[in-house]
Design a protein around this ligand. Structure first.
Ligand SMILES: Cc1cc2nc3c(=O)[nH]c(=O)nc-3n(C[C@H](O)[C@H](O)[C@H](O)COP(=O)(O)O)c2cc1C
Length: 172
C-alpha cells in the first residue's frame, strides 16, 4: 500500500464534503474536490476517495480510479443496512478485502436541483403510493424524505481513522 497523498471527494449537497474535511483534519492530509484534485495531484497518486451514493453507485469513483490509485473508499448515503452496503460494494466493484467504509450522510432537500431533484421526487412519490398503511420503519423513511435529515457525525469516521493509523503510522 502506497502512502496516501490526499483525500478526494465527490459531493452534491455537502454531506460528503463535510466528512472529507473532517477526515482531512483527523488524518492531517490535504483534501480536494474531484475538480480541484486535477490541479494538485498527478496521475497515479494515491488517494482516499469519498463519494455520495446514487442508486447504490458511488458518484465520482469510476473517474477517480481512472486517474488515481484509490487506496481506500468511503460511500456517503442514507441507507446503511448490511444488504445495501453489500450492494454498494458489489455495484462499485470494490473487492471483498479492499478498504471500504459506509458513512451515514443526510438529505438536504432544498439543495437538490435538476436531474437529482427529479429522481428524488419520483422516489418519494413511489413511497407515498405504497404507504397507505405505513409500518413504523416506512414512516421513518417517509419523514426523512419529506423533511430531510442529517446524520453527519465525526464519530462515524473512527473506523477509517483506525484503519489509516494501522496502515500508515504517523511519522514523527
Ligand atoms: C437522487 C438520489 C438518489 C439517492 N440514492 C441513494 C441510494 O441508492 N442509497 C443511499 O444510501 N442513499 C441514496 N441517496 C442519498 C444520498 O446518498 C445522501 O443524501 C448523501 O448524504 C448525499 O451526499 P452529498 O450531500 O455529499 O451529496 C440518494 C439521494 C438522491 C438525491
Amino acid at each position: 500500500m502506497k502512502e496516501i497523498k490526499a483525500i478526494v471527494y465527490c459531493s452534491n449537497t455537502g454531506f460528503t464534503e463535510a466528512y472529507a474535511r473532517m477526515l482531512s483534519e483527523e488524518l492531517d492530509l490535504p483534501v480536494f474536490s474531484e475538480k480541484q484534485a486535477h490541479l494538485h495531484l498527478g496521475s497515479g497518486d494515491s488517494v482516499f476517495f469519498l463519494g455520495w451514493v446514487l442508486g447504490s453507485s458511488i458518484k465520482g469513483l469510476e473517474k477517480a480510479r481512472k486517474r488515481y490509485d484509490v487506496e481506500g473508499t468511503a460511500s456517503v448515503g442514507l441507507v446503511l443496512t448490511d444488504q445495501s452496503v453489500a450492494e454498494i460494494r458489489k455495484r462499485n466493484k470494490i473487492a471483498d478485502d479492499a478498504p471500504f467504509f459506509a458513512l451515514h450522510g443526510g438529505l438536504a432537500i432544498e439543495k437538490l436541483h435538476g436531474f437529482y431533484k427529479l429522481v428524488f421526487k419520483l422516489g418519494t412519490k413511489a413511497l407515498e403510493r405504497t404507504s397507505s398503511a405505513p409500518a413504523d420503519e416506512k414512516m421513518e423513511t417517509y419523514k426523512i424524505l419529506t423533511e430531510g435529515a442529517s446524520f453527519l457525525d465525526r464519530k462515524n469516521l473512527k473506523p477509517i481513522v483506525s484503519w489509516y493509523s494501522k496502515h500508515f503510522p504517523v511519522k514523527k
